[in-house]
Design a protein around this ligand. Structure first.
Ligand code: ATP
Ligand code: MG
Length: 472
């Protein structure tokens, strides 16, 4: 039976595309991610079109026909073209047959039929085509039962998975990414083949791997993807530091928690709170320094002293290695890793104004992000403990708001600056000026003086006397 999706795709743009194809003797199909996303009623950012014949040639004709406000980019090396109009992007490619050699990701490409083109696609759910030519407008061509797999939420390859993954090992990452993004199951055979072919990942560039990692990070329940990376043993190959977090060690009856499992719980909780990629990375890396700092102490049990400092250093290395951006995102993630225990530590003791002001000073504008991370970090199974933490934590949050309103510490600017200090005492720039500034800052954070100019200036005069410095 031929299934028709005529009404689903009956738009002016697709009619025009089909008509242009008819006039110029091309077979023309919607394909790949775009068709998958229509079926899933998911927003798709780009439209994938395949024509039998010269795709670039067809793209040129179509762009002309679409007229004003349309731009065309041709990617000669790939034999593909992109048409942009308003906020729609159309990717056009000629149907192709691909054959791979072992050492390279780049296949030998020949002109092919629609069938050849569907065979080279990575998964059955990504190989569906819908015809745009007028006589068959809306007809579904689904040689691998991709529609059924979409309904059953299954990811599997159209051909032998060993061939699909060995040809282009990036597809292993894509399989896990789709499973995580869509909440689909990878079939046992496909998953086993990923495990078998895992070492082939070495021929893929870091950038492409990280692209997929970021898509896993941004999926609704990111732990799904990371557990699969672990199960298939891809994880130690692409992200050894995270893999190191796995496992529980026991001395006597005393075990520490599995930091990998804990981390993924924190990441999932963060994913419920925020779509921000970097806050999610901060959750993933907050305890990354634990394996390197783990020690057994007869009195304390398992300890991870300074794991935040070590983690902060490791974060920079990991960002460099994975080719993640080294500017603002790295700064934020490092700061979160470094400070992630502070609000918790604070809420374990008596919550003093001075400690809260210091936290505000150190976190600055990132205080809200830090508090979100800390809330996610409370994952104990002991409900009483969780409640006690949460109560104290709420107190810290409340105090943060009160003190911020009163003292404006978040974007702390010293009320008396270095220049005023130098002018007051006739000093040249020297370490003494710095010391005086620090003493004023500490007095404000400790609540000895308010964060205002006149009281700060008076305080300065007083400490100057103690140091034997005279006013000019
Ligand atoms: P997304 O756009 O969410 O990243 P997608 O599946 O649309 O996912 P694209 O990179 O846009 O991915 O690719 C479009 C289509 O091209 C895919 O649906 C698939 O049919 C095919 N494709 C992309 N990458 C590969 C690959 N590495 N191997 C085989 N086919 C691929
Ligand atoms: Mg796409």
């Amino acid at each position: 039976m031929k299934i028709s999706f005529k009404s689903t795709i009956d738009t002016k743009l697709f009619r025009l595309t089909g008509q242009t194809a008819d006039e110029n003797g091309f077979e023309c199909y919607l394909i790949g991610g775009f068709v998958r996303d229509i079926m899933l009623k998911r927003k798709s950012k780009d439209i994938d079109i395949v024509v039998v014949g010269d795709g670039v040639e067809f793209a040129k004709i179509l762009a002309k026909k679409m007229g004003k406000g349309t731009s065309l980019t041709v990617f000669k090396t790939y034999g593909t073209a992109q048409i942009k109009t308003q906020n729609i992007e159309i990717e056009i490619v000629g149907a192709r047959k691909e054959s791979y050699q072992r050492e390279s990701r780049n296949p030998i490409v020949e002109v092919g039929t629609l069938e050849d083109d569907q065979n080279r696609r990575d998964f059955t759910i990504n190989a569906l085509a819908i015809c745009l030519n007028n006589s068959r407008f809306g007809e579904l061509i689904d040689p691998f039962n991709g529609l059924q797999d979409l309904q059953d939420k299954i990811i599997q390859t159209p051909l032998d998975p060993n061939m699909t993954f060995s040809d282009d090992p990036l597809r292993m990452m894509r399989a896990i990414r789709f499973a995580s993004q869509l909440g689909f199951k990878i079939t046992d055979k496909t998953l086993f083949s990923i495990w078998e072919n895992r070492n082939r990942i070495s021929i893929i560039t870091k950038e492409r791997i990280t692209d997929e990692l970021n898509k896993i990070m941004l999926s609704p329940v990111p732990s799904i993807g990371f557990f699969m990376l672990d199960k298939t043993e891809l994880l130690p190959l692409i992200f050894p530091e995270l893999s190191e977090m796995k496992g529980v060690e026991k001395i006597g009856y005393r075990a520490h928690k599995d930091n990998f499992v804990h981390t993924l719980k924190v990441l999932d909780k963060m994913a419920e709170q925020s779509d921000d990629l970097w806050l999610r990375w901060a959750s993933l890396l907050h305890d990354i320094g634990k394996p390197a700092t783990k020690k057994w102490d007869e009195n304390l049990g398992w300890t991870f002293h300074n794991h935040n400092f070590v983690g902060c250093k490791m974060t920079a290395k990991i960002f460099k290695n994975l080719k993640l951006p080294l500017g603002e995102p790295l700064r934020l993630v490092q700061k979160m890793v470094l400070l992630h225990m502070r609000p918790i530590a604070l809420s374990e003791e008596k919550v003093t104004d001075s400690a809260v002001r210091r936290l505000l000073f150190d976190a600055g504008n990132d205080i809200d992000a830090l508090m979100t991370l800390c809330r996610c970090d409370i994952t104990s199974n002991n409900m009483e403990k969780v409640k006690q933490f949460s109560d104290n934590f709420n107190l810290v949050s409340q105090k943060l708001v009160e003190l911020e309103e009163k003292d404006k510490i978040r974007n702390f600017q010293p009320p008396v600056d270095g220049l005023e200090i130098m002018n007051t005492f006739g000093l040249q720039p020297c370490s003494l000026v710095g010391e005086l500034k620090v003493q004023i800052k500490d007095a404000i954070l400790d609540g000895i003086i308010p964060n205002e100019h006149d009281p700060a200036f008076e305080f300065l005069l007083k400490i100057a006397v103690d140091k034997g410095i005279n006013r000019v």
